[in-house]
Design a protein around this ligand. Sequence first.
Ligand code: GCW
Length: 674
Amino acid sequence: LPTPALAEDGYDLWLRYRPLAAGGATALPTGVERRGDTPTLRAAEAELTRAFAAMAGGTPARGARVVLAGAADPEVARLNLPLADLGSEGYLIRQVRLGNAPAILITGNSDIGVLHGAFALLRHVNTGQALAGIELASAPRIGLRLLNHWDNLDGSVERGYAGESIWDWWTLPEYTGPRYTDYARANAALGINGTVLNNVNAKADSLTAPYLEKAAALAAVFRPYGIKVYLSARFSAPVELGGLPTADPLDPAVQAWWDAKATEVYRAIPDFGGFLVKANSEGQPGPRDYGRTHADGANMLARAVAPHGGIVMWRAFVYADTDPDDRAKQAYTEFKPLDGQFADNVLVQVKNGAIDFQPREPFHPLFGAMPGTPLMLELQITKEYLGYNTHLAYLGTMFEEVLDADTMLPAAGASVARVVDGSLDGHRLSGIAGVANIGADRNWSGSTFDQANWYAFGRLAWDHTLSAEAIAAEWAAQTFRPDPALTGPVAAMMMGSRQAVVDYMTPLGLAHLMGTGHHHGPAPWIADLARPEWNPAYYHRADRQGIGFDRTASGSNAVAQYAPPLAARFADPATTPEADLLWFHHLPWDHRMQSGRTLWAELVHDYDRGIGSVVQMRRQWDTLAPLVDAERHAETAAFLAIQQRDAQWWRDASIAYWRSLNGLPLPDGAAAPA
Ligand code: GCW
């Protein structure tokens, strides 16, 4: 393989087309033939042409030509290919004879399917696989695969660690520079098919005519790539924009206002996707302000967009002071009784865990508990609680963990993935959302390795049966080079990285011990904020005798929100997975763990293991210097040094604080604070 260039800024993401090793380049296709003249097919052709030229690096190509053709092409139709299972977005790639000459055919039931196929072919080549004999077919398992941007209209990004928003509201709609197209290319390569442009903590302004025009300009850029635009809607907009005295969802004037607003939105953006709503949570307005339910609110908006084919994604992240005994119970308490009451163009969007995007949480008990409602899974790609952009934490394993979790509702084998893809309960709508980690930084995500989390989200959204490990390796191949000497070690670093963060921040099921407000760094000692659940002390409940949150019948009984066999398992410390132990139980410091250590010694052991993993990642990364360009190598090396410093900080601060409560000495062999 060619020696790495010195400077690479990471802008190309997984669309990094570089000269292939000699043998690979000579087998590239001789050309691209496009059958049909649509913006989407033109985009597919442009992508392939650009990639092959760059990959060939001046070497003449000798392979067959690539043909881009939809299923309706008469010659393709005669081939009787198995296209039925591809749906409207899937693709099929085969070596065939077309026009009496060999060809690599990329086809699908729609132009978008063909475009997805073009990106799949490039992934195939870019991960070092041969074109000869290529045979690929794939269709998405989940219908709505969306990014959620928490981008504000002033250019800031809530929980964003990659600079300002990439949406330049100031120069839109007139200026739609190349970056928006590159955003669409990167997402289409993964099969992401929608994007919510603005923060769920929404300002009503995003629904005014000038902003709709700006959103329409973005929609026009994204359309050829199969990506629809959605907006977060502020529930009180009829008051703020319409001058109505109320936003009560059962008030006919309120319904009429939203009906008219929807008509206006669809006039600006005919294929607008729909609304995402955060209501009655963290101070956001909602139907409960008027004594109505979440279903009343969602259905009112659903009626407004239904005539236009739109949907409503109603978030279940309701964080108010209504469940004072345990914040983790609130969403289930409010939403479970509403199952079956939502309109058929509503999805309820549920975070992976019951509290809030912690390094590890058990899966949210709403999954499986609302069979009459399509539930969307909301994952956080941006690392609000996992060390921002400077800690290397690959979230593929975390996403996989929740997708694979068995809800056991109604019986074993009912994974969260099967709830979410709609197959378990036969839902027409299905969806998954990732809170984006994208910003205006040149490398999009604030660090090279954070790009992998965007990538893993997209790949799993398309096919949740892919393994996090395979995704890590294919990402590394495209991001750096398709060389097993690199992809193996990089994937190994990535696979252990999220557990490392769990270990040095919140081991054994602890949660929410981060500095309040900004959520970076340890602050388990904070206990004096006005609302109990604002305090880390609320979550760990440590004292002289023990530590952990009792969610069994003797405590908040949150375990009862799970299927009976799981509830029974989680009710007993002996059968609770140790990774979730202190999430469900308050236990004495001398509780005996499976390792034979006391709980106290095990905690210290885990903190140290976390630091050890970071040290190991640094060593591993150092050995890869000859295989990575100097610029990106240096960035990751520097960030890993920050991570080690922060891990030590977490460990030392946490241990010092626990010791101030339990009065215990450091376990045998444990190091004194650094
Ligand atoms: O994770 C918390 C964040 C808030 C966020 C909220 C939510 C958009 O700390 O910043 O607000 O969740 O998901 O609504």
